[in-house]
Ligand binder design. Structure first.
Ligand code: ADP
Ligand code: ADP
Ligand code: ZN
Length: 214
């Protein structure tokens, strides 16, 4: 199964992708996570990426496309994958079409998670992640059962993203509106676009996604 989760920053793509990974035995391919790994490596490329990401801008299409193209060839993608955070521009969507055609692959679903813009800022500024296993949390909406302890792995260290501050979020939302939102019509025109209500609670969104994916 191969699918795209579309949605603004904070829409819940990562949260749901992790649940779908477990439910369907497919892998989450988050371009944001891949870029953050490059930044963490301290490479020259990482240093360039860090500046772009902290300004809330998008990195170049060429870099992202080559990153994804080699990633989907790896063995763990054989059963399928969830694209989270890609494609993010019309050029990326078109490059993905050609890439899939060349590899003889086909997308099963493109699902847009709809969330009102006012809600997104609060979701992003309250977001944090387990430093050990990557489980996502939220200060208000998704707390661990025991405060300060990860539900999944028991770790007690958590991290917040450098770009999850209000100022950067505003720029990311502008980038989303101007560069990413238009790609929904790219898939709608092919009759592939489905939508879920991303305002619902986390379990309800998962149920809506499973109803579509079967
Ligand atoms: P994205 O990957 O689309 O940027 P995340 O999955 O990281 O979004 O979600 C952003 C934040 O909002 C996280 O802290 C997450 O715990 C929380 N969140 C995700 N889905 C919901 C939801 N349906 N209702 C409330 N909070 C949510
Ligand atoms: P979000 O939680 O906003 O959905 P991501 O983790 O997907 O965030 O992306 C974080 C940052 O990484 C973006 O603001 C952008 O700078 C960069 N990025 C991630 N994916 C892409 C992409 N497909 N094209 C261009 N830039 C990207
Ligand atoms: Zn953990």
């Amino acid at each position: 199964m191969k699918l795209i989760l579309l949605g603004a920053p904070g829409a819940g793509k990562g949260t749901q992708a992790k649940r779908l990974e477990e439910a369907y035995g497919i892998v989450q391919l988050s371009t944001g996570d891949m870029l953050r790994a490059e930044v963490a490596s301290g490479s020259d490329l990482g240093k360039e990426l860090k500046a772009v990401m902290e300004a809330g801008n998008l990195v170049t299409d060429e870099l992202i496309i080559s990153m994804i193209s080699s990633r989907v060839d790896q063995d763990d993608c054989a059963k399928g994958y969830i694209l989270d955070g890609f494609p993010r521009t019309t050029a990326q969507a078109e490059a993905l079409d050609s890439m899939l055609e060349e590899k003889g692959q086909k997308l099963d679903s493109v699902i847009e998670m709809e969330v009102d813009e006012e809600v997104l800022v609060g979701r992003i500024t309250g977001r944090y992640t387990c430093a050990k296993c990557g489980q996502g949390y939220h200060d208000e909406f998704q707390k661990p059962a025991k405060e300060g302890v990860c539900d999944k792995c028991g770790a007690t260290e958590f991290t917040r993203r450098a770009d999850d501050n209000e100022e950067t979020v505003r720029s990311r939302l502008v980038a989303y509106r101007e560069q990413t939102a238009p790609i929904a019509s790219h898939y709608d025109a092919k009759g592939m676009l489905k939508k879920v209500d991303g305002m619902a609670d986390i379990d309800e969104v998962t149920s809506q996604l499973k109803a579509i994916l079967g």
